[in-house]
Design a binder for this molecule. Sequence first.
Ligand code: GLU
Length: 254
Amino acid sequence: MRITIKIGSNVLTREDGSLDFTRMSALVDQIATLRQMGHEIILVSSGAVASGRSELKHIQENLDSVDQRQLFSAVGQAKLINRYFELFREYGISVGQVLTTKENFLDAEHLRNQANCMRVMLENRVLPIVNENDTVSITELMFTDNDELSGLIAEMTKSQCLIILSNIDGFYTGNPSESDSRLIRVVNRGCDLSQYIQMTKSTAGRGGMQSKYCVASRLASSGIGVVIANGKRENILLKVMTERDKTPCTEFLC
Ligand code: GLU
């Protein structure tokens, strides 16, 4: 199975904003196992801005939001990809960095070029690690967040499944902290969940449940199954792939 996995900033960072190397390492272990099981993986990883911010704590005061994004992502992406490179190398897995912008999805020529890049990496068993090129992307032309980007990558690579890892188990019927809210386990194609969607945003990244819902329902209706799960749970990727019915997550059926 070809699977696109998106890991959100909140999964990869600790409460103080620093990169959580233990978590990264655990997720890399699981991705390596999935590859050994025969799956082909494309990773969309956030965390550049958050990791750069924690690296440059001393200089954040007087920068505007664009300066911050450009500076933090430049530093943080280097740190992030370097760590992935080393972690995957222990398994003999070569990784490649793909930094992209929305323009690469807007016209046929750019789209073909981007698709070719993904194809050649996958054909050569190089694991693509994708992120938005936040250093040069223009604010008005950015992806809403990496949820949107991961959906476009899953479609482009004709993935059979997209797994979005966040710091929540999935979609709830109400506020997850309230006891009468329950986790929605399965969403049938075409089923409208909009009444349940909380407008709250994540703390470390740009995403939120609204954009996850838009991406998941769009992909499911075009034949790509989507699972939203909690990346902070132990062995979550393996559980989602091997014992999904016993694992807390929301699955959008296609
Ligand atoms: N591209 C951003 C980063 O790497 C994350 C965007 C998002 O939060 O979805 O920090």
